[in-house]
Write a protein that binds this ligand. Structure first.
Ligand SMILES: Nc1nc2c(ncn2[C@@H]2O[C@H](COP(=O)(O)OP(=O)(O)OP(=O)(O)O)[C@@H](O)[C@H]2O)c(=O)[nH]1
Length: 676
């Protein structure tokens, strides 16, 4: 493992002395590529100074992964020497079986003065498709409609505003009254006749990620605040996102019809405005440019004003996009799902260019030849221009929400780039497997050493080493946005003892391979918004637990409960009776003399097999902790003796160290309820 901080290059590597006085920050091990790149960069000058003559030819090809032992063989050096050099390079706890990735091997080979073939390029998952895009040509920019996101606290009225705007009832169709995924649609503002595209972001905290994406692909954020509640936690969150995204903002104070009394209404609106000022929003009242519009989406009061404000602001912003016949189309996936009879469908918000039937799009690991474009009213359309959100049919696989869509010239190009991307994913996956393997080996070694030093609390140490207990889940949802959101909201649940572990999250009914994966990983499958599941899934032969939900907080509650049940039990002693030792008797049984405590029960009941502590003196020092062995009343064995009665007691493990004046505390171990 690499050291995370401090000087990286040490004196033991003579070629590295040049960097001795530089402190190179070392990022987390996972970013091995970055680490290598930093080192290459830091050493670039020095590298250029090494003449070609000094370099040794490399007569083997560098494998993607190789153990330290095998590398030493290839380099024809002793493995102890290689380990020493690796330690000097910043690796820790290196063993002969430690696996090195190609990037590290390249670095090491350079240290050993080998001539390297072309180094790994800096292509990564974020930029692998960049070369497909066309550079922006300012001359071709034309006006486009603003993309508006409505944000705010749960139940403050986002859906009702959208509902009013498009005059269709969305509120009534939703499960649990919560908007469960981003919907997008374009309206023509009735007064100005200008177009506005709305993204309907969900109000529940679980959908934070989707909302973040909404904020990033939007031009204007309409922040909805209920006049009755003023700013609430999710309003503050939305303000934070709005500030971070740098989008323009308009405030809509909703539900004003609920306060008909003008003076009282004015007072409440004032309070909301003041709360906004406290949050650093430059509203017009203090000379800022953020407009505040009190509205009622129920009665329609001031709704025209809100639309006009959006149109006006977008005019000022002069929002444009490139859309010439040659422009390569780009956009974002804002929703995706598998639809019965239609197949894979994704809503694409067009950023530039035009989507048309027959064009080919690439997105993540999938592509599509556009079969059809459908607008938000379910009507097929011929093309979708910038700022338009349209359902795109024809995807080979369901694309992920938030992923970028880029037009490509042919299916062959799409396939070529997808395979390039998949190679990168494979490398990344293998890297994490290798890292895990290296860590497991290091842990095993550590545990082996610990075993040698083992003493009474070894078990406890082991528990600490192995980390929290993982409760595994596989998530299946109707749309990929929900799958991500559900995964996001439960994967942070847990503590140091028990944690939720999301094995996978995807769209669609659980498949055979999901069930297999659940069996191998002992996972529960959480189904969200999937409707009725086939009985072969519910009653699967492997007995995999399948749980179904259509309200997100019920799902979170359930997972939390399961995690809580898996917390280690904690017991507390509860005293149920106290007994005084008054005298002691010696009783001869065959050849053995047995000592009996002659006692009186002060309160409660003492039972045969009761757990007891014998305590002594004013500090009640415990001199015995265990079970009683026999309980007698007069000369008879009895099951229990209650308050006020006398009894004779012997103790387990032959304890006879009691004397008159001692006290016996009878207790029960009571399980203490635990919470996450
Ligand atoms: N009287 C009145 N009621 C409103 C107004 N706006 C919304 N409501 C009501 O407030 C409740 C919540 O409204 P929604 O539009 O579902 O709120 P939301 O912010 O979209 O909620 P989530 O999707 O759960 O985040 C519903 O019962 C609406 O009828 C308004 O302007 N006036």
């Amino acid at each position: 493992m690499l050291r995370r901080h401090g000087l990286f290059w040490l004196k033991t590597c003579p070629r590295l002395n040049v960097l001795l006085n530089q402190s190179i920050p070392i990022p987390h091990l996972l970013h091995s590529r970055d680490i290598c790149q930093q080192r290459w960069y830091a050493k670039g000058k020095r590298r250029n100074q090494i003449s070609k003559k000094e370099l040794k030819p490399l007569n083997f090809s560098i494998p993607n992964y190789i153990s330290v032992n095998k590398l030493a063989n290839l380099l024809n050096c002793r493995v102890e020497r290689l380990i020493k050099d690796l330690t000097a390079l910043g690796f820790e706890n290196i063993t002969t079986t430690y696996i090195l990735s190609k990037e590290y091997v390249e670095l090491i080979l350079q240290e050993y003065n080998f001539a390297l073939p072309n180094l790994s390029t800096s292509t990564n998952l974020d930029n692998v498709y960049d070369e497909l895009k066309s550079p922006v040509n300012p001359k071709l920019l034309t006006k486009r409609a603003p993309v508006v996101t409505i944000m705010g606290h749960v139940d403050h009225g986002k859906t009702t505003i959208i509902d009013y705007l498009r005059k269709s009832s969305v509120v009534a169709q939703e499960h649990g009254g919560i908007t469960q995924h981003i919907g997008a649609f374009q309206i023509t503002a009735p007064k100005s006749g200008k177009k506005i595209t709305f993204l309907d972001t969900p109000g529940h905290a679980a959908f934070l990620k989707m909302r973040e994406r909404g904020a990033n692909i939007t031009d204007i954020i309409v922040l909805v605040v209920s006049v009755e509640d003023s700013l609430m936690p999710q309003t503050l969150e939305a303000i934070k996102h709005a500030k971070n995204s740098g989008n323009e903002m308009i405030i809509a104070i909703t539900k004003i019809d609920r306060i008909p009394q003008p003076k009282e209404r004015e007072k409440k609106i004032e309070k909301v405005i003041n709360d906004l000022i406290v949050q650093g929003i430059p509203v017009e009242k203090i000379g800022g440019d953020v407009q505040v519009i009190p509205i009622s989406a129920k009665t329609g009061e001031n709704m025209d004003l809100l639309e006009e404000s959006i149109v006006l602001l977008s005019e000022v912003m002069d929002i444009r996009a490139e859309n010439s016949p040659k422009t390569i189309a780009e956009g974002w996936i804002i929703e995706s799902q598998v639809k019965k009879q239609v197949g894979n469908v994704a809503t694409v918000l067009v950023k530039k260019g035009t989507l048309q039937k027959g064009k080919i799009l690439i997105c993540g690991n999938t592509f599509c030849k556009i079969k059809n474009l459908i607008d938000d009213k379910g009507i097929p359309i011929l093309k979708a221009t910038p700022s338009y959100a349209t359902e795109v049919l024809g995807w080979k696989d369901v694309p992920h929400v938030g992923d970028e869509v880029i037009q490509v010239k042919s299916e062959a190009i799409a396939k070529k780039f997808i395979s390039k991307r998949q190679d990168l994913i494979e490398v990344q996956k293998n890297s994490s497997i290798v890292e895990k393997l290296n860590e497991e080996r290091a842990l095993a070694k550590e545990q082996h050493l610990n075993k040698e030093l083992e003493h009474e609390n070894t078990v406890q140490e082991h528990e600490q080493n192995t980390g929290p207990k993982l409760i595994n889940y596989i998530i299946k949802c109707d749309v990929s946005g929900s799958a991500e959101a559900v995964s996001e909201s439960i994967s942070s649940l847990g503590n140091d003892e028990v944690r939720c572990n999301v094995i996978s999250s995807s769209v669609g009914i659980p498949t055979e391979s999901d069930l297999k994966m659940a069996q191998i990983t002992e996972s529960t499958i959480l189904c969200f918004n999937l409707g009725n599941l086939p009985s072969e899934v519910i009653n699967n032969r492997a007995g995999i637990k399948i749980k179904q939900y259509n309200v997100i907080y019920k799902l979170i509650e359930d997972v939390t409960e399961t995690l809580t049940e898996n917390l280690k039990p904690i017991f507390e002693k509860k005293i149920v009776s106290t007994v005084d030792v008054r005298e002691t008797f010696d009783f001869r049984l065959k050849k053995k003399i047995i000592r009996i405590a002659g006692c009186k029960v002060n309160n409660g009941v003492i039972k045969k097999n009761s757990l007891v502590q014998v305590v002594r003196g004013p500090n009640e020092d415990v001199i015995f902790d265990g079970k009683i062995s026999t309980l007698k009343h007069n000369k008879d064995d009895v099951a229990e003796v209650s308050k006020g009665h006398e009894c004779g007691i012997t103790f387990e493990s032959g304890f006879e160290g009691f004397k008159p004046g001692d006290k016996i505390l009878v207790y029960e171990n009571v399980r203490v309820p635990r919470y996450l």
